[in-house]
Write a protein that binds this ligand. Structure first.
Ligand code: NAD
Length: 501
């Protein structure tokens, strides 16, 4: 257990009150002062912080499951375990195992004329990192950035979402019990507090949320030139190659689409299916949903929609599709049966989803899957490329020329081949978006480096060829210049004389 001025962190009786937006500036100053005093935490200190975080996650496991379920109306305990707790523990273990390697300074090449010197990069903690989190995975999307920032040696201020108040409050209590305020602090509040938080002069700001709010956050951060990582959303397509609608494909798509009732940033948003496979796709989607959720939406494993506003938004998307003549199919068994479970939205297919449907114009973030058909893979690729660059792109099919061409010609944050969502669980892969789906990445080495400053250091050797180029310039400087430029370009080069220039 850590101490601050001799007080153990769990003795912090003065901390039970939530820290609201107005106190955040004072908190930042306090954390920065503590950071400057400590300078650079060494490997063992960082490892100890990660160990403390890990122990807290395990100790609070059932409280986390309960709080998230209460916030959503209902969330399966298993889903929280698989999609949040496992991810956090895996990330902490990965960072702990690789910490020494990540922290090691990197020797860099030294040019010919500086040969007697040494150059290296050291990855220095940035200072105080601000982390802003969304509601859909309220635990892991707070704790994985937190673990990454701690591994990189930073102090951290967190701002969880107001849409999951019980989980946010639990996170605050849990971290207050685990770390002194100077190391990790939680600021509670809604959009106003979020706006004030994003305007603080952090050393790095890490934001996960919508593209729309991401724009505002980046604008606020730019006032203080705070570097940002933006983990945003968008419409991630799933493309199934001709003839690949089979059991494995469908299980993977249904898993990715219906986990957390589709409230997942990397869920397949819409499907592109070969026109000859359309009917098989619809039939197998329905059968697979029935297999996953034998009691339909009433099944304990099926998650509720987080708020009335989001539920109404999804209802509107379906109404709009129906109104515009698309075929709306409630999938699985007993799709309307969820009495007593709040805000359960049935798994829904929208077949023949044209571009003018609202469901094709905004991120869905719910258990609705629009299906479009294509004739050739070129047509499918062109369709993806006409739209904003997605956070994830999924392909089901053989590793053949079509697959290669898809990989070559499209740009997305990440790609999953013959799976959905599993790329997020690969600790050694960077995770992030591109363009409107995000900026920068975390997880793996990329996460550690995003929260570190790469400081280049050059140490002059005793003897320096470069000193020959100091004033007053004479014959020696001419010779050195000629030799250097000949070496650099492979042929002698002369500066124009002052008279001719
Ligand atoms: P959101 O953008 O509404 O909120 C995210 C955070 O920003 C919250 O803490 C919120 O309080 C705060 N906020 C709200 N308004 C603000 C403002 N004006 N200024 C500053 N902060 C403000 O996002 P959400 O609804 O919580 O989450 C859903 C979105 O997040 C989806 O678009 C989803 O795709 C995306 N997401 C992305 C990832 C990823 O890893 N790329 C992961 C999960 C969710």
């Amino acid at each position: 257990m850590s101490t601050l001025n001799g007080i153990r962190s769990h003795d912090f009786d003065f901390y039970p009150e939530p820290v609201h937006g107005t106190d955040a500036q004072a908190l930042l100053e306090r954390q920065r002062a503590a950071f400057l005093k400590e300078a650079r935490p060494d490997h063992d200190q960082r490892k100890a912080r990660l160990a403390r975080l890990r122990a807290a996650v395990l100790a609070y496991r059932s409280e986390v499951e309960e709080a998230i379920s209460a916030d959503f109306g209902h969330r399966s305990r298993h889903e929280t375990g698989i999609m949040e707790l496992v991810g956090v523990i895996q990330a902490i273990d990965y960072l702990t195992r690789n910490l020494r390697r990540f922290m090691r300074p990197e020797r860099r090449h030294v040019g010919f004329i500086y040969r007697s010197g040494r150059a290296y990069v050291e990855y220095q903690p940035k200072g105080v990192v601000g982390v802003m989190a969304p509601w859909n995975y309220p635990f892991s999307l707070t704790f994985i950035p937190l673990a990454t920032a701690l591994a990189a040696g930073n102090r951290v201020m967190l701002k969880p979402s107001e849409l999951t108040p019980r989980t946010s409050e639990l996170i605050r209590r849990m971290l207050a019990d685990t770390f002194p305020l100077e190391e990790v602090a939680v600021v509670i509040g809604g959009p106003d507090v979020g706006a004030a938080f994003s305007a603080l002069a952090f050393d790095h700001l890490f934001f996960t949320g919508s593209t729309q709010v991401g724009r505002k956050v980046m604008k606020a951060a730019s006032e203080n030139l705070v570097p940002v990582t933006l983990e945003l959303g968008g419409k991630s397509p799933v493309i199934v190659a001709r003839g690949h609608v089979d059991d494995r494909t469908m299980s993977s798509i249904v898993f990715g689409k219906l986990a957390n009732a589709g409230q997942t940033c990397v869920a397949p948003d819409y499907a592109l299916i070969h026109e000859q496979d359309r009917d098989a796709f619809v039939a197998q989607y329905k059968a697979t949903v029935a297999r996953f959720y034998p009691n339909g939406p009433a099944s304990d494993d099926y998650t509720s929609i987080v708020s009335d506003r989001h539920y109404d938004r999804l209802t509107l998307l379906v109404e709009d599709a129906r109104h515009k003549g698309a075929s709306v199919i409630a999938a699985g068994l007993k799709p309307e049966s969820a009495a007593g479970k709040p805000r359960t939205f049935p798994p829904t297919l929208i077949v023949g989803a044209r571009d003018d449907l609202m469901v094709m114009q905004e991120e869905i973030f719910g258990p609705i899957l629009p299906v479009r058909t294509y004739r050739t893979m070129v047509e499918a690729i062109d369709y993806v490329n006409r739209r904003p660059r997605p956070l994830a792109l999924y392909y089901f099919g053989a590793r053949d020329a079509e697959c290669e061409s898809l990989l070559e010609r499209t740009t997305s944050g990440n790609v999953g081949i013959n799976n959905t969502i599993m790329h997020v669980a690969q600790d050694d892969l960077p995770f992030g978006g591109v363009g409107p789906s995000g900026m920068g990445a975390y997880h793996g080495l990329e996460g550690f480096r995003a929260m570190s400053h790469a400081k280049g250091v050059f140490i002059q050797g005793r003897w320096s060829f470069a000193r020959l180029l100091h004033a007053p310039f004479g014959k020696l400087a001419d010779l050195a210049l000629a030799a250097t430029l000949r070496k650099a370009r492979g042929r002698p080069t002369g500066y124009p004389s002052k008279a001719s220039s």
